[in-house]
Design a protein around this ligand. Sequence first.
Ligand SMILES: NC(=O)c1ccc[n+]([C@@H]2O[C@H](COP(=O)([O-])OP(=O)(O)OC[C@H]3O[C@@H](n4cnc5c(N)ncnc54)[C@H](OP(=O)(O)O)[C@@H]3O)[C@@H](O)[C@H]2O)c1
Length: 270
Amino acid sequence: MPISTTFKTVVIAGATGNVGYPIAEAFLNDGSYKIKIFRKKPENKNERAELLASKGAEIVYVDYTQKDDLVKALKGTDVIVSAVKAIRFKKTSGDFYNIQLPLLEAAKEVGVKRFIPSEFGGEYTTGLFQEFVEMLGFDVKNKTATFYVDGNSKIYSTSLADIGKYTVESLKLPEARNATIRVAGSTETFNEILQMFEEATGSKWKVVEDREVRYRFRNKIEPIPSTADDFRVFVFESSILSKFDKVDNDKFNFTPHSLTEQINIIAKNA
Ligand SMILES: NC(=O)c1ccc[n+]([C@@H]2O[C@H](COP(=O)([O-])OP(=O)(O)OC[C@H]3O[C@@H](n4cnc5c(N)ncnc54)[C@H](OP(=O)(O)O)[C@@H]3O)[C@@H](O)[C@H]2O)c1
């Protein structure tokens, strides 16, 4: 018997966000589950929540800091997918794992069978979301690519829609229990991505090489790069350094979107 038949009710926390929304859409498209969307109190109007409700999701407002409130709201839940905001700065906004802790404790109390934490791409060993490809230094407006690493380095990318599908399909995999699932929708070198942008925009791009940005950022050497540039380099370096010997793509039987599709959309909307 497929394991997913034991799961009937799925709660998605953070479904109005970048990652949670395509996940919620994928669950609703799948149609096999009762879907509840947890939203943080106080109630507020949200277009994405309204769209998900119109497709059959039940919207439930919770206080993520109150375990009792969460226990009540979680009654009858089989699976929780947490896609709550990643808050990294303890000083200002609290810790992102701590936000999920009462939810995890309440899930345990209620007997939730699967808890998928908000760690989508958190390790960066599964690469980047294709929708954010421009962030890697591809400037469509100015037709300029900034390379922080060797252009022949490979990077892995997956579309948000496919992240949603992989999440839904992972419930059918017994081996996904207590495990990390690593997937890559597309694999390209930075030079190949540049070529995709050039083809999509129909023009030759300028390439700027900047290998020292992190060094300058850390050592405060003028011109000091911005935090955004430093983050970009971090993503670059982490992505290319990833070891992909353990990728789980072969456990899924659908064809993910190619990066070319996303680049064509970006070029068309530029
Ligand atoms: N690999 C990548 O390229 C990549 C990129 C982006 C994100 N991610 C990962 O994806 C996950 C979600 O990130 P995201 O960008 O989708 O998040 P997001 O859009 O910033 O936020 C998601 C939702 O979390 C809820 N939320 C906000 N503050 C909250 C709080 N204090 N407590 C509880 N819920 C709160 C909000 O929903 P309501 O207002 O409806 O409650 C919000 O819509 C994270 O694990 C992140 O690391 C990975």
